[in-house]
Design a protein. Structure first.
Length: 294
């Protein structure tokens, strides 16, 4: 037996429950999933810090703070946070934020309050924040669970799903392509979770707060069966691949992997490289075209 244990024997137990993040990780690299989710090895956050800007919050901490600020926001009567408010929330989360970044985040939330998604939430008949969900496609299928940032019930019986993205995305990045590549599973799960609750339609919005832009896709209740079939195929492919090493290693996937420097079959020339344009399209890999009801 390998010193890392019997990966194949671990598979049935580990796929009894899945989230958006775990299913995404399985599709991207089964081996990294095995190291972190099965063996419990911690990702190498020091690598991320070394590669990030010399000042400011680390991306994950910044995302946590932004999500909390948005969670506290009353869209119907928004009280825009001040720099001091941002500092107070950061303190509650155990984060230290420089004055310049506190002002930046206060301005970011203020801009969000003026955007179209905020107006739609303000006009909703009901709003649920940090909305948990769980469902299974069948008796022998894994339990799918997660938490949606915000679900708004609109007057026509449809639902608006907001997912806040605090990423610092460059001005030239194609947001629709980014969502398709990085968040198609999340979109699929969120849409199914809401449609299975009985909504007549759902619009899933990935809201890039830094860019003041969003990408949305709308699904009707009649799309549910097609979406369920797509999810079933993605789960089946993840099972078939077992815990195999990714065929497309790159910096974005491998930088913080706990196995990168000694446990992986790929070397640094592969794990620290950037993807080419054609490879970015291949990285979408497991995604499938979804029904879109406009």
């Amino acid at each position: 037996m390998s010193p890392l244990g019997d990966r194949r024997a671990a598979e049935p137990q580990q796929l009894r429950a899945l989230s958006y993040s775990s299913l995404t990780e399985l599709e991207r690299c089964g081996y990294r999933y095995y190291l972190e989710r099965v063996l419990g090895l911690a990702e190498d956050r020091s690598a991320a810090r070394a590669a990030s800007a010399p000042s400011g919050l680390e991306a994950r901490a910044r995302g946590t703070l932004v999500h909390r600020l948005m969670e506290l926001l009353d869209f119907s009567e928004p009280q825009l946070p001040t720099s001091q408010d941002v500092g107070d929330v950061a303190h509650e989360l155990g984060l230290r934020v420089e004055a310049s970044e506190r002002r930046e985040l206060a301005a970011l939330v203020a801009a969000a309050c003026r955007a179209d998604p905020a107006a739609r939430v303000a006009g909703a008949v009901a709003v649920r924040r940090e909305h948990p969900f769980a469902f299974s496609l069948g008796p022998h299928e894994p339990l799918i669970s997660g938490v949606i940032d915000l679900v708004a019930s609109e007057p026509d019986g449809s639902r608006l799903v907001l997912d806040y993205k605090s990423d610092r995305v460059g001005p030239d990045a194609d947001l629709a392509e980014l969502v398709e590549r990085e968040y198609s599973i999340q979109r699929l799960l969120y849409a199914l979770a809401v449609l299975r609750e009985g909504a007549v339609a759902v619009e899933v919005v990935h809201w890039f707060l830094e860019r003041e832009r969003w990408v949305s896709v709308r699904y009707a209740a009649g799309d549910r069966l097609v979406l369920e079939e797509q999810l079933a195929r993605r789960i089946a492919r993840a099972r078939e691949r077992d815990f195999a090493v990714s065929e497309l290693p790159h910096r974005g996937l491998c930088l913080t992997c706990p196995g990168r420097t000694g446990l992986c079959s790929w070397g640094e020339s592969e794990t620290l490289r950037e993807l080419s344009g054609d490879e970015v399209k291949l990285a979408r890999g497991a995604g499938e075209e979804e029904p879109q009801s406009l």
